[in-house]
Design a protein. Sequence first.
Length: 264
Amino acid sequence: MEQQEVITLLSRRELDKMRQAGRLAAQLLDYLEPMVQPGTSTQALNDAAEAWTQAHGAISAPLGYKGPVIDFPRSICTSINEVVCHGIPSPDQILRNGDIINIDVTPIVDGYHGDTSRTFLVGQPSPLARKLVEVTEEAMWRGIRAVKPGARIGDIGAAIQTYAEAEGFSVVRDFVGHGVHRIFHTAPQIPHYGTAGKGKKLRKGMVFTIEPMINVGTYEVEVLGDGWTAVTADRKLSAQFEHTVAVTADGVEVLTLAPAQVSV
């Protein structure tokens, strides 16, 4: 996805708008979570998300988002097992006991995007799948904890990569975090791997996603013929967690935190 070059520093008013969008995004994932059960289709998750989003006066940003082959045809992304990201919901795709599924949502509220995702367990996944999901969520939080004014973008990636690889997993290179506000995908790019002390300096008012995709096997991915669905090259499991964060005067604020979640 194309990245704009200019990094926008958001005003207090704009940050308030982002908080509203982020809060709604978190609430949407909370709403969908009880539906993540064996026998549910990803189309059913999509339709429930779209209806809920409309009922709350918001717009689903993914729906119709321009792609290289087709525009994205659904309201959310549903990525199961070896699907790394951008999975397209389908009535034929039924959740099975033992699956893991990442649900990625981005409602637009008053022009601002709230972008977040979580990986959910379906029934009773394997110990390896559970470990992957736990490590991926912790990797995201380690990246978030590296955010503060004066830190470098490389500090985020280094924190994620060091932890994930120490746990025996790999970090996807082909997809990265991104700036987000009125524009869905903009500068800066936030790689989930890298070297501490390198990259652009973080400044108060910057808002971006941290969304590591962590794989059981190789970090390499393939994009299927629809131009969207990315899968692990070795077809082993992948998990992802995502929050939208803002750089504050003395640290970081998580804008997509659900009421039940604990921040940094």
